[in-house]
Write a protein that binds this ligand. Structure first.
Ligand code: CAP
Ligand code: MG
Length: 434
């Protein structure tokens, strides 16, 4: 057992008899202490460094900071539950909250690894944020789609198509029945495809397809850039009559996202949150921040669509985790199926549309709907663009796969009547890509 130097006071941040109040924020950490340290040693260090403490006792006697001290109140195996007093946080300031519970602590030498596993936000702090602007119901109202899954497609290759070609492909995709055209995460305003030229052209395509088909369409245009430029682009999007913007939310950063959420309300826009870069810190099993914690913070700040992984896709995503994530961002009162996660009462904050994407194709759609239900956005990029007969047939095949499921008909049976679906099954079958 390590001898504790006189100048340390971390033990004052551990109280295993403490019972959190419903006004406390609870953070759940997964911790691996450095050699010679116990979980209780590091629990005190995490609670101290993420609230009011530092590495040594201070001479500032008499200061009443006890009310701001976090308390490690439960330790079980490698998990540590820490309770934070509400007064430690600035209402409505996501950056400040993360600077506490997702800040210095990841770099503490006392820890080999540390993962912020989950968070439970008290009502008073929760309601100081806006949450989603449109939510699931609002997005369905925009598109006039009551029950079935909503579909989206990214023209592929990811980037490189000039505006004219991009618009031709967009026409193929949307006229084939896809509801939302989506930019890829790394398409913004490169020389070969400038933002306003693309916006103007795609909105003309949408107008034509809406007139021809009677279906409502939308464009998840990627506004990712510096904040001021995102603001300018979002205003352009609204001026052109589109109801959606897409932001690479993790790359753009929390403060930019929170400002864009306010702007989305003024401009009557829904935010499609692409989570590129998340895997840098969600994928490591023992270090960083979990997708659950990330998803809760994104619902809190207020995105309308969020990618949560595809259990049958090309990127890593465990089915049980995707189901928990779907529940956490859609339920009014989230109660975890896996007891390790923390419950969350979302009060008046709207639900977020789960987006399933990454290696999705018509052959795997029915299985996805069976696992996750139909209140989803299905993003099918390569699974439309790679159809043997082109994107228009790929779009038709996606809608046919959804129709088969909604009508309770086995997809192979349904494919006998629909050549586009049949061709998709011939190419990809019903297997997940690697
Ligand atoms: C999917 C995608 C999305 C990923 C993001 C891509 O394309 O456009 O960015 O799904 O991952 O670029 O890979 P495909 P996640 O449909 O062709 O796979 O949804 O897990 O955040
Ligand atoms: Mg992409």
């Amino acid at each position: 057992m390590r001898t504790v130097p006189e100048f340390e006071w971390y033990h004052e941040f551990v109280d295993l008899s403490y019972k959190p109040s419903d006004r406390d924020l609870i953070a759940l950490f997964k911790a691996k202490p450095d050699k010679g340290l116990s979980l209780e040693d590091v629990a005190g260090r995490i609670a101290s460094e993420s609230s009011v403490g530092t590495w040594t006792t201070l001479s500032l006697s008499g200061l009443n900071i006890k009310k701001l001290m976090a308390k490690a109140y439960k330790i079980k195996k490698d998990m540590i539950w820490i309770s934070y007093p509400l007064e430690l946080f600035e209402p409505g300031n996501i950056a400040q909250i993360l600077s506490c519970i997702a800040g210095n602590i990841f770099g503490m030498r006392a820890l080999k690894t540390l993962k912020l596993f989950d968070v439970s936000i008290p009502k008073e702090l929760l309601l100081s944020f806006k949450g989603p602007n449109k939510g699931i119901k609002g997005v369905r109202e925009i598109l006039k789609i009551r029950k079935r899954p909503i579909t989206a497609t990214v023209p592929k290759p990811k980037v490189g198509l000039e505006v004219n070609k991009y618009s031709e492909v967009a026409y193929e995709i949307l006229s084939g029945g896809i509801d939302l055209l989506k930019d890829d995460e790394n398409l913004t305003s490169q020389n070969f495809n400038k933002f306003e030229k693309r916006l103007s052209s795609i909105m003309k395509v949408i107008e034509k397809v809406e007139n021809d088909t009677g279906e409502r369409k939308g464009y998840l245009i990627n506004v990712t850039s510096s904040y001021r430029e995102m603001e300018r682009r979002a205003k352009l999007v609204s001026a052109y009559g589109n109801n959606f913007i897409m932001i690479d939310v993790v790359i753009s950063g929390w403060s930019a996202l929170q400002a864009m959420r306010d702007l989305a309300e003024e401009l009557n826009l829904a935010i499609h949150a692409h989570r590129a870069f998340h895997a840098a810190f969600t994928r490591p099993k023992n270090h960083g921040m979990s997708m659950m914690a990330l998803a809760k913070f994104l619902r809190l700040v207020g995105v309308d669509h969020l990618h949560i992984g595809n259990p049958l896709g090309k990127l890593e995503a465990m089915t049980a985790e995707v189901i928990e994530l779907r529940n956490a961002i859609t339920q009014d009162k989230f109660s975890p199926q896996n007891q390790i996660y923390l419950p969350q009462n979302w009060n008046t904050l709207l639900p977020v549309f789960p987006v399933i994407s990454g290696g999705l194709h018509p052959g795997t759609i029915p299985e996805i709907l069976k696992i996750l239900g139909t209140d989803l956005i299905l993003q099918v990029g390569g699974g439309v663009m790679g159809h043997p007969n082109g994107p228009h047939s790929g779009a038709l095949a996606v809608r046919q796969a959804i129709e088969a499921y909604m009508r309770g008909i086995e997809i192979d049976e349904y494919a006998k009547k629909y050549k586009e679906l049949n061709a998709a099954l011939k190419k990809w079958g019903k297997i997940r890509p690697i």
